[in-house]
Design a protein around this ligand. Structure first.
Ligand code: 0RA
Length: 337
């Protein structure tokens, strides 16, 4: 008897498609413990809402589907984030039975990738961040507008709950997603967005995602109207160039390598200047790692080994000389890993 039951359970499990493995959870936990999802409910958490939505646009760009992300701080206090990616899918999601758009906006994606292997949808980057549903949960109002397959689709939400069904709102020649949201002032202790913070963050993201244009507009009441655009053709090369601006550089041609190894894309740029200190900025999936990590350790080891072997081959180091130490090869080094 017990055995039979066990068999049944196993059979049932294997009947599920891969997409069922993706854990889909409602948004209640986000409102209960916002700090768990966005770090804090103070200013940094507030800004995190913007980063979260913008990240999706950058993911689309990194996957080659978008080249522009536009952020507007609107007159009505809402934040508008537009990208020209593929647009969030709007077809019926196999697991939730509602549109993929509503699923993306109302479910926590504990599984990481949206939809899982079997669903046909895979969020390219999607590795970082907690997703746009968290922004929805912590917003008094949110409106999603999707341009996809020649049609415009919209849906509105209130503290993460749909106000109605997804609506078709005409035709379009574009593709992309517009998310407009108003942070919930009953959650956040600070609700004023800081222009400088937004510029700093987006400048760095633009450096890390070469070829993407980021437009930022301030249209808030009682603020001067401001417009800013970032576009760095060289990506991290431009970043190094900027870090070494006004410095005497030793190798005018910045060393640069981009390579895919075991499904991981690595990108390194470096240049020496005539100063003593080192500026090495490690990132993983465009997120800074100020404490370092295995990528930084690997980079340092490789740099020391490579320069030592070059110095030996070129007889710059004599046989009796000791190897260069790590700190020797990092003097005056500016690098992005
Ligand atoms: C799920 C699947 C796909 C794209 C996206 C989500 C997506 C989400 C956001 C959020 C803001 N902008 C976005 N753009 C795309 C893949 C779609 C496909 O396979 O066509």
């Amino acid at each position: 008897m017990a055995k039979k039951e066990e068999k049944k359970v196993i059979k049932k499990k294997s009947d599920y498609g891969a997409e069922a493995i993706t854990v889909l959870e409602g948004l209640d936990p986000v409102r209960k413990r916002p700090g768990m999802y966005i770090g804090s409910t103070a200013s940094s958490g507030l800004h995190h809402l913007i980063w979260e939505v913008v990240d999706n646009g950058f993911d689309e760009a990194m996957a080659g589907h978008a080249d522009t992300v536009t952020i507007t701080l609107q007159e009505d206090g809402m934040v508008r984030v537009e990208d020209n990616g593929r647009g969030i899918p709007v077809d019926k999601h196999k697991v939730t039975g509602v549109s993929a758009l509503e699923t993306v906006l109302t479910k926590l994606h504990a599984g990481g990738k949206f939809g899982g292997e079997g669903s046909g949808y895979k969020v390219s980057g999607g590795l970082h961040g907690v997703g746009v549903s968290v922004v929805n949960a912590l917003s008094k109002h949110l409106k999603a507008e999707v341009h996809r397959d020649g049609k415009i689709w919209t849906q509105e939400y209130k503290i993460g709950k749909p106000k109605g069904k997804i609506k078709s709102a005409g035709t379009t020649k574009k593709t992309g997603t517009v998310i407009t949201f108003l942070p919930d002032d009953s959650i956040f202790t600070e609700t004023e967005f800081k222009w400088g913070t937004i510029l700093d963050h987006l400048r760095r993201q633009a450096y890390l995602t070469k070829g993407v244009t980021v437009n930022i507009h301030d249209r808030r009441k009682e603020h001067s109207q401001k417009d800013y655009s970032f576009y760095f053709e060289g990506g991290v090369l431009s970043y190094i160039k900027n870090l070494n601006l006004n410095k005497t550089v030793k190798n005018p041609t910045i060393f640069y390598v981009e390579k895919e190894i075991e499904n991981s894309k690595i990108e390194i740029a470096l240049q020496y200047n005539d100063e003593y200190n080192e500026t090495v900025l490690p990132f993983a999936n465009n997120i800074p790692n100020p404490e370092g990590g295995t990528h930084l350790v690997g980079f340092r080891t490789a740099l020391t080994r490579t320069l030592n072997s070059y110095a030996r081959n070129q007889k710059l180091l004599k046989e009796k000389d000791e190897n260069l130490a790590g700190e020797d090869v990092r003097e005056g080094l500016t690098a992005i890993v």
